[in-house]
Design a protein around this ligand. Structure first.
Ligand code: HEM
Ligand SMILES: *[C@@H]1O[C@H](CO)[C@@H](O)[C@H](O)[C@H]1NC(C)=O
Ligand SMILES: *[C@@H]1O[C@H](CO)[C@@H](O)[C@H](O)[C@H]1NC(C)=O
Length: 323
C-alpha cells in the first residue's frame, strides 16, 4: 500500500477511536438532569432494599463481559434463549434489573429525555450510584453507550469467570477485555457486598479434591462457620454474605478477609494465595484510598468494554426488548 493511503487509513482509524469515545457530559444538551434523575430513582430503591446495591453492580459486570456494556443482559426472549437465561446469569438478582427499569421510567417521564438515554448508560450510572450509596467512592461516569440488539444464551458460555478459577485463568479472561491484574484485583473488591448461593462453595467446604476435606487455603474457623450456614445437602436457595465482617459496606474489608483466609471463592482467595498478586491485596487491605482509586480506574475501564457508540445499536425504549 502506498504511504499516502496508509496515512489516510490511520487517520480514519484515529477518527473512529475518537468517535467511539464516551464522555462524562454526553447528555448535557439532550437530557441535562439525567444524573440527578437516575440517582434519585436508585436511592429510593436502595432505601427499600439493600440488595439493590450488589445486584446492580453484578449486573453491570455481567453485561460488560458479554458482548460489551450494551445492556444485552437485560433483553428477554419468549423462547428463553437470552443471556439472562444462561446458567451463569440465572443467579442475577431481579432487583438489579428492577433498578434500571425504574430509573429508565423516571428518565423517560421527563419529556425532553424520553427515549434519549440508553439502558446501557442507565445501568452504568446506577452502578456508580449504588457503590456510593453503599459507602464506596463516587466518580464521573463516562456516557454515550448505545444498546445492543443481540442477546444469546450461548454467548455467555466461557465469557464469565467461574468461582473455581485461579489467578492465571482470571487474569487471561480480564486481559481479553483490556483489564490488567491490578484491575482484576480492584474489581474483585466488589465482593465486599452481596450474597452467594451455598452451592458455589460446597466443594470447598465439603469435598475439596476428596470427600470430607476442607480447602486448606480456607481459614478453618471460617470454613466451620460456612458449614453451619450451608448444611451438606444444600438448599440451593440459601444465600450467604460474601463479606461477613461488613456485609453492607463497600470498603476494603474484602482484602483484609483474604489475608485471613476468608475469601469465599477460590477466585477470591487465589488473589492472596498467589504470590504474584498478593502485593496488591496487601496494598488495598492497608490503604482504603488506594483501593478506591484503583476501583474507580478499573470500573471506568470496565465500562468501556465493547461499547457501541454513534449510530451503532439503538436507544431502547423498553430495556427488556429491542425496539
Ligand atoms: C473475578 C472473578 C469473579 C468471579 C469468579 C465472580 C463470581 C461470583 C459468584 C459465583 C457470585 C455469587 C452468585 C450467586 O451465587 O448468586 C458473585 C456475586 C457477586 N459478584 Fe462476582 N465474580 C467475579 C468478579 C466480580 C466483579 C468484577 C464484580 C463487579 C465489579 C462482581 C460483583 C459481584 C457482586 C456485587 C455479587 C453479589 C451479587 C448479589 O448479591 O446479588 N463480581 N460473583
Ligand atoms: C428464539 O427466538 C428468537 C427471536 O425472538 C429467534 O431469533 C431465535 O432463533 C429463537 N431461538 C430458538 C433456539 O428457537
Ligand atoms: C494510600 O494511597 C494513596 C493513593 O494511592 C496515597 O496517596 C497515600 O499516600 C497512601 N497512604 C499511605 C498511608 O500509604
Amino acid at each position: 500500500m502506498a504511504p499516502k493511503s496508509l496515512h489516510f487509513l490511520s487517520f480514519l482509524l484515529l477518527l473512529t477511536t475518537v468517535y467511539a469515545q464516551l464522555r462524562v457530559d454526553y447528555y448535557r444538551h439532550s437530557c441535562p438532569n439525567v444524573e440527578a434523575i437516575v440517582r434519585s430513582a436508585v436511592k429510593k430503591k436502595f432505601q427499600q432494599t439493600f440488595v439493590t446495591a450488589p445486584s446492580t453492580l453484578r449486573l453491570f459486570f455481567h453485561d460488560c463481559f458479554v458482548r460489551g456494556c450494551d445492556a444485552s443482559v437485560m433483553l428477554s426472549s419468549k423462547n428463553h434463549t437470552s443471556e439472562k437465561d444462561s446458567a451463569d446469569d440465572l443467579s442475577l438478582a431481579g432487583d438489579g434489573f428492577d433498578t434500571v427499569i425504574r430509573a429508565k421510567a423516571a428518565v423517560d417521564g421527563v419529556p425532553q429525555c424520553r427515549n434519549k438515554v440508553s439502558c446501557a448508560d442507565i445501568l452504568a450510572m446506577a452502578t456508580r450510584d449504588v457503590v456510593a450509596l453503599a459507602g464506596g467512592p463516587s466518580y464521573g461516569v463516562e456516557l454515550g453507550r448505545r444498546d445492543g440488539r443481540i442477546s444469546t444464551r450461548r454467548s455467555v458460555r466461557h465469557h464469565l469467570p467461574r468461582p473455581d478459577f485461579k489467578l492465571d485463568q482470571l487474569s487471561s479472561m480480564f486481559a481479553s477485555h483490556g483489564l490488567t491484574q491490578a484491575d482484576l484485583i480492584a474489581l474483585s473488591g466488589a465482593h465486599t457486598i452481596g450474597f452467594s448461593h451455598c452451592n458455589r462453595i460446597s466443594k470447598r467446604i465439603y469435598h475439596f479434591k476428596t470427600r470430607n476435606r476442607i480447602d486448606p487455603t480456607l481459614n478453618l474457623a471460617y470454613a466451620k462457620r460456612l458449614r453451619q450456614l450451608c448444611p451438606q445437602r444444600v438448599d440451593p436457595r440459601i444465600a450467604i454474605e460474601m463479606d461477613p465482617a461488613s456485609p453492607q459496606t463497600f470498603d476494603n474489608m474484602y482484602y483484609k478477609n483474604l489475608q485471613q483466609g476468608k475469601g469465599l471463592f477460590t477466585s477470591d482467595q487465589s488473589l492472596f494465595t498467589d504470590k504474584r498478586s498478593r502485593k496488591f491485596v496487601n496494598l488495598f487491605a492497608s490503604n482504603n484510598t488506594a483501593f478506591e482509586r484503583a476501583f474507580v480506574a478499573a470500573i471506568t475501564k470496565l465500562g468501556r468494554v465493547g461499547v457501541r457508540t454513534g449510530k451503532q445499536g439503538e436507544i431502547r425504549h423498553d430495556c427488556s426488548m429491542v425496539n
